[in-house]
Design a protein around this ligand. Sequence first.
Ligand code: DC
Length: 229
Amino acid sequence: MPEKQTQAPVVTVDGPGGSGKGTIAMRLAEHLGWHFLDSGALYRLVAVAAMDRGVSADDEETLGRVARSLDANFGISEEGMVVLLDGNYITGRLRSETVSVFSSRIAAFPFVREALIVRQRAFRKPPGLVADGRDMGTVIFPDAKLKIFLTASAEARAERRYKQLKEKGESVNLTRLFQDIKKRDERDSTRAVSPLRPAEDAHVIDSTELSINEVLREIHVLLEKNGIS
Ligand code: DC
């Protein structure tokens, strides 16, 4: 009988925007020497591609086609991750508020989500993958070896996002950011397909009062307990 092929191990880091999961997941991937999937960047790429083509955020069918035919590439530069769409660098645009809002709206569409499933699973390669997102542990990699769900209060997340955007020179308003975050939380967690929620076997960590290093320390204990090093 042919030997059952074992798949590369996965650690998932899910949670709402601003919980610190992006930084945490990237640091974990570095620490383990594993591949890294920023699944939110894929939704953001679909948003940028759709906006550039003048596709409405309500046109599910066309958005699904845009997601399916996405010509995206990721690379690493001295400044961190770089993202190319149709061969053009669009890294700077990816994290803008306009793209955040558009991507949150289109992420609710099953056509868009289905179109991105295969693309996300293709990141799973030896020696392993750290996957950052909303449904990594529930839908995309339900067999992950370790699942983390990182949360933080909406106030803390708005303040973190405010600092990030300010540093990038974007003009931002804290109250607006807080309201946008609440609205996005509501949309992400109440959508019918893949709502934002912890997997049943996920370890929930609240980072409101914790520094990045404190969160990482908690995760390192979990890695050890799960025989991941
Ligand atoms: O993590 P992020 O802020 O870059 O994600 C952008 C949007 O995409 C966000 O509104 C939620 C959505 N998203 C999702 O629905 N599922 C994922 N796995 C990742 C992101």
